[in-house]
Design a protein around this ligand. Structure first.
Ligand code: CMC
Length: 426
């Protein structure tokens, strides 16, 4: 007989099914809680709430484990390309040569952006944040490509359209922001090489595509490809549950990712390291401020809702930064500051007691700087990487015959019923 969990309330005992995941995680299925007991659960920030059963990504925050579809992040980062990982997340299997080739053909076919879309970029006020522009542009894709979601073939086209065009649009928006001619995608280049070329190639200075940077970008995007029910992915699933189209759901994910407590942290880390660099004694001041409960300052790139140990993605990124710097014979004073900051924090009782370790955003900005990516584009880089995850998570819901509208409840704490007061008597 299936295991249950007992709850006693007002002298009555109720039983609820126990759900056990493939890695042994346990949850109480409380879907009938209100119906049987009249109670609801209260969990601000969803700290203890499972919103779905998912077969995509496994995270063990205590042990620092991350797996996509059962494959360890370390192996994927080492042996796979971002395209393969995107395919894996969306289709649930690692592609064969033939499947990967067909996927690449679709990505190439979908890589151009409607010329009319360029006018949109030009009309955003100068200084607009690229994340706001990206979110708006992804919603606009629905107007340019209105057919989706019907047949399997159309789904594949929509998925590759998003993966390919968002990458093109990101590079395009950068070129337009600096007043340069747009560089078009090339069919002979891989997904990551194409992006770097669209960002940095110019008619007067052809871009030399460095294979180390292509490898680094593959790893960067693989590490960001999914992370189960984080803020932006949960947003994609919640927004999608209203049966909105995939573009609009992804656009909501981009908006959620923008915040400095989530994807925007990669930009905030660099800004913090810059401040430390420009301020004598800045390092110890930053650590002191982060520990002060009366100061809202936090050490950006530190801490995580799920990881209570070293984020495995940060470990890989730190090694990748060292590798790129050695191979390219470059340096960055921000890397030295970051390493020093990490060393101080990891020996400090506050950070030890609070289980605060570097997260994925701590070293990622330093890697992106080495590629020449401007700081205000960092979160866009995260968004391109997270696309396969958002798509896979949306699709997992959409393919579920029991897919329900997301609609949490609340405990009302406002005034009780009161009499309406006419305006002249207020
Ligand atoms: N610096 C200093 N103190 C911190 C930090 C930090 N970075 N992070 C958490 N704390 C403290 C916090 O002050 C609180 O202390 P106390 O219990 O004494 O009041 C305790 O740790 C728990 O904090 P919380 O905010 O309740 O924990 P959370 O699980 O809600 O926070 C977090 C997770 C990521 C929002 C938080 O660690 C944070 O703000 N980090 C900095 C921003 C950042 O790097 N975000 C990127 C997250 S990883 C990538 C992603 O998801 O996009």
């Amino acid at each position: 007989m299936a295991e249950t969990v007992k709850l006693t309330f007002e002298g009555e005992t109720y039983e609820f099914p126990l759900v056990i995941g493939t890695e042994g995680e346990k949850a109480i299925d409380i879907s009938k809680l209100r119906q049987t007991t009249g109670l609801i659960t209260l969990d601000p920030g969803f700290v203890n709430t499972g919103s779905c059963v998912s077969a995509i990504t496994f995270v063990d925050g205590e042990k620092g484990i991350l797996r996509f579809r059962g494959y360890s992040i370390e192996e994927l980062a080492r042996y796979s390309s971002f395209r393969e990982v995107a395919y894996l997340l969306i289709h649930n299997v690692l592609p064969t040569h033939e499947e990967l080739q067909n996927f690449s053909i679709l990505l190439n076919d979908q890589s151009m952006v409607h010329e009319d879309m360029q006018h949109f970029f030009e009309t955003f006020p100068r200084g607009s944040h690229p994340m706001g522009i990206l979110s708006a542009m992804v919603t606009a894709l629905k107007s340019f490509y209105p057919y989706l979601q019907s047949a399997e073939e159309e789904m594949d086209r929509t998925v590759t359209r998003l993966l390919s065009k968002v990458r093109t649009m990101a590079a395009m928006s950068y070129k337009i922001s600096i007043g340069h001619k747009v560089t078009y995608p090339r069919p002979d280049l891989s997904y990551c090489a194409n992006f770097l070329n669209m960002m940095f190639d110019s008619p007067v200075k052809p871009y030399h595509i460095h294979k180390e940077l292509v490898k680094a970008l593959n790893v960067f995007w693989i590490l960001h490809a999914d992370h189960e029910q984080n803020c932006s992915t949960a947003s994609v699933r919640v927004v999608g549950s209203g049966r909105v189209n995939l573009y609009a759901a992804i656009s909501a994910g981009i908006a959620a990712l923008w915040g400095p407590l989530h994807g925007g942290a990669n930009q905030a880390v660099i800004e913090m390291l810059m401040d430390i660099k420009n301020d004598r004694g800045g390092l110890s001041r930053a650590v002191k401020r982060a520990k002060d409960r009366n100061d809202p300052f936090r050490l950006m790139g530190f801490g995580h809702r799920v990881y209570k140990s070293y984020d495995p993605r940060a470990k890989i990124l730190k090694k990748m930064v060292d590798r790129v710097f050695t191979k390219l014979k470059i340096s960055d004073p921000l890397l030295d500051i970051a390493k020093e900051l990490e060393e101080i924090a990891l020996q400090d009782d506050y950070f030890i007691d609070h289980n605060l370790y570097p997260n994925v955003d701590f070293y990622s900005g330093i890697l992106l700087r080495a590629m020449g990516i401007p700081t205000n584009m960092f979160t866009v880089m995260f968004a391109i990487g997270r696309l396969p995850g958002w798509i896979a998570q949306w699709k997992e819901d959409a393919d579920d015959p029991k897919w329900k509208l997301s609609r949490p409840r609340q405990i009302y704490a406002g005034p009780r019923k009161r009499k309406y007061v006419a305006i002249e008597k207020r």
